[in-house]
Design a binder for this molecule. Structure first.
Ligand code: OOG
Ligand code: NI
Length: 263
């Protein structure tokens, strides 16, 4: 499948639970087109569900798998995928190392996914398929106790976790500080973990993110509002050869993951 079709489907699905994204486009773009730097996807490292299985759909669309990242305390691993056309957003795909979780949480995830057929992951449409299993609010809360990431994935399933505005390409803003100021003036709450701006010109990447919107979803026992998806903002700096750095920064990414935590 063409990458444009994949990004369009992911964007459409993301807007349904992240209404702030459309308003943020208006606020930052003043009606001009917004260029996205990257999107992020989440999965589990269970057989047939690992990040490389999702990544394959991007490799099929002309991307290459790039650097690996490891987040020890969150028990996550990730790769990003890069397209030769610099205007195409990068794709950051992480997976939770389920084998490192407690026995109880492993058993709970196995119960939730017992009827989930991993064969559906061979179709690119899985990327925006949402959740194909039932989950109770009680089980969601049990997962939250051990891993915010596990709870988010179990509740929301396959979707873009965030899109990321490419701040270098924004016509009306010269810095990430200015973007953050505009967001806060419009009432958006930012993820302040590790500071409002994660990273620095020295590591060639500065990032900030909103706290996830809250959206109502149906659990098997009741409906509840929980954190959905967020918007990120990235400003890149040139490396020694004068090219904009295209990778990620592990210490910053570690903080960005928390944008879907409960407020
Ligand atoms: C991914 C967090 C990392 C970045 O830009 O460093 C990230 C996630 O929350 O799934 O997106
Ligand atoms: Ni990101």
């Amino acid at each position: 499948m063409q990458q444009q079709q994949i990004f369009d489907a992911l964007w459409h699905q993301y807007l349904k639970v992240t209404p702030s994204a459309q308003a943020i486009h208006q606020l930052l773009g003043h009606g001009h087109e917004i260029i996205n730097d990257h999107i992020a996807l989440r999965t589990l490292n269970l057989p047939g569900m690992g990040e490389a299985v999702l990544g394959q759909h991007f490799i099929d669309a002309g991307f290459k798998q790039a650097d690996a990242y490891h987040f020890e305390s969150k028990k996550l691993r990730a790769h990003y995928y890069l397209h030769p056309d610099p205007k195409v957003p990068k794709v950051f795909i992480s997976e939770l190392c389920v084998d490192l979780l407690s026995e109880q949480t492993q058993a709970l995830l196995a119960k939730l996914l017992q009827n989930f057929d991993v064969k559906c992951l061979s179709e690119p449409s899985v990327l925006w398929s949402g959740r194909a299993w039932e989950i109770s609010f009680t089980d969601y809360q049990a997962l939250l106790n051990e891993s915010e990431y596990a709870a988010w994935f179990a509740a929301w399933g396959y979707r873009a976790n965030h899109f990321t505005v490419n701040v270098n390409q924004l016509p009306n803003f010269d810095s990430l500080e200015q973007v953050n100021t505009a967001l806060k003036a419009a009432g958006y709450q930012l993820n302040v973990g590790g500071g409002e701006i994660k990273g620095s010109p020295e590591v060639l990447l500065e990032q900030s993110a909103t706290l996830a919107d809250e959206a109502r979803i149906s659990f098997s026992d009741a409906e509840h509002e929980i954190p959905s998806c967020f918007y990120e903002f990235a400003r890149r700096y040139p490396n020694d050869s004068g090219k904009l750095y295209q990778g990620f920064v592990a210490a910053s990414a570690d903080q960005i993951f928390s944008s879907t935590n409960a407020r």
